[in-house]
Design a protein around this ligand. Structure first.
Ligand code: FMN
Ligand code: EPS
Length: 387
């Protein structure tokens, strides 16, 4: 079983993740993880914090000579901003607990519910961990999963479909490499250059108005073999697990698989993907409205997951709230915040989808070494072609 935990505060010394259950012999480099971390830090619309951080991973265990050993893998990403916060965030009695105390909960953030639930008078004890800073650790972990998937012939591509009112036009028949090329060229990870221009303007407008923006991103996984997940129990269904993982990203408020919410509005004949067979392709479909999953199992078509991100809760133009201590109404003020972080969330989306698919691959095929799982996957792919 593959599992992971993350720990670390936004302005603490570092983020840490431990990954347990990864096979031995998987090639992995710091450079590849750092590349993904840099992608997560990018995107037009991010705030001042991203100018301070330059996320780099450090392996503290489980990787030797460029390959996993099969032991638990510890990943660490240092927060450069810690230098500015060490007095306030110190773990011992030396902490300056009475400086920069936060008592004004932001609507849309974890502040108020977290303070009530954990009985904190200082909202900092909530916001430090609710912050999406934590997603850097999930991207590092997801990149390990991605390396495993790539060895097994599965490729993940993510892109931005919408920012605020601007929707990208994406040709359905765009191949993986074209999609990747266009996305890599775009500062918003949007494959439609015209839409990207309009998105940039919309972000500028939101910033000028002291407002924030959300959007929609899509993750596709190509090469997923038939039979990941299972119909037999709710918590083994691949769609349920992917939805949970993507919804677990900060600010994600909607997840759909394939045609998703669109399936509700049209008859079945326009929803279900007809089944064909040819001796060289085996069973196949001409459409993929199901997003590659039927009955909680992958069906051999690309897995397609889409997510809606709400606008960032911290607004430069204040929303109304009530002070936790004085109970007086106030208009929140803000030091710094992202205006839009949809491209960053998309990179996190790729990571969590990679993780769930890697877990499902490990469950179906198992093994303790790369050779073992590779052989089993290849046998399975051969068998499926012969069915
Ligand atoms: C990549 C990323 C960056 C984010 N940046 C900010 C930010 O700068 N300011 C902010 O208030 N919220 C930001 N958020 C959103 C909050 O973390 C999120 O809304 C909050 O944790 C409450 O959780 P919920 O929206 O899932 O209910 C960001 C989210 C992501 C995924
Ligand atoms: C630090 C990151 O995102 C942060 C997510 C975040 C939030 O409330 O979620 C608030 C901001 O933190 P700060 O107040 O330190 O500027 C973002 O910068 C990151 O993505 O690495």
């Amino acid at each position: 079983m593959l599992r992971f935990l993350t720990a670390g505060e936004s302005h603490g010394p570092a983020l840490t993740a431990i990954v347990e259950g990864m096979i031995a012999g998987l090639p992995i480099t710091r450079e590849y993880i750092n590349e993904q971390l840099a992608r997560r830090q990018g995107g037009y619309g991010r705030g001042g914090r991203m100018k301070i951080e330059k996320d780099q991973v450090r392996f503290l265990s489980g990787v030797r000579g460029g390959r996993t050993t099969g032991s638990p893998i510890t990943l660490q990403i240092v927060n450069k901003d810690w230098d500015n916060w060490s007095d306030i965030m110190a773990p011992g009695p030396e902490a300056h607990l009475h400086e920069r105390v936060v008592t004004r909960p932001r609507p849309g953030h974890a502040d108020l519910s977290g303070a009530i639930k954990y009985r904190h008078e200082d909202i900092r004890n909530v916001l430090e961990r609710s912050s999406a800073r934590e997603t850097a650790a999930r991207v590092a972990v997801g990149t390990l999963a991605r390396c495993l998937l790539e060895e097994l012939g599965v490729e993940i591509v993510g892109f931005v479909r919408r920012i605020g009112s601007v929707e990208a036009v994406i040709e359905e028949d765009l191949g993986t490499s074209e999609l990747q090329k266009r996305t890599a060229r775009s500062q918003l990870l949007c494959p439609d250059p015209q839409a990207e221009e309009a998105m940039v303007k919309e972000i500028d407008r939101a910033r000028e108005n002291g407002d924030s923006l959300g959007g929609i991103f899509e993750i596709r996984a190509y090469g997923v073999p038939v039979g990941l997940g299972s119909h037999v129990h709710w918590d083994r269904k691949l769609d349920s697990r992917l939805a949970g993982a993507v919804m677990g990203i900060q600010a994600i408020k909607g997840v759909e698989i394939g045609m998703g919410f669109g399936t509700a509005a049209v008859p079945g004949s326009q929803v279900h993907d007809e089944i064909y067979y040819s001796p060289d392709r085996g069973f196949y479909r001409n459409t993929n409205r199901a997003g590659g999953i039927e009955g909680g199992m992958s069906n051999g078509e690309p897995v397609v997951v889409r997510a809606a991100m709400k606008p960032i809760p911290t607004l430069y133009k204040p929303l109304l709230s009530v002070d936790l201590k004085t109970r007086e109404p106030f208009e929140a003020s803000v030091e710094r915040s992202d205006v839009c972080a949809v491209p960053a969330a998309c990179v996190v989306g790729e990571a969590v989808v990679a993780w769930e698919l890697a877990c499902a691959m490990m469950e179906k095929f198992g093994g303790d070494s790369l050779e073992e799982i590779k052989e089993r996957v290849s046998q399975w792919r051969q068998l499926v072609r012969q069915v």
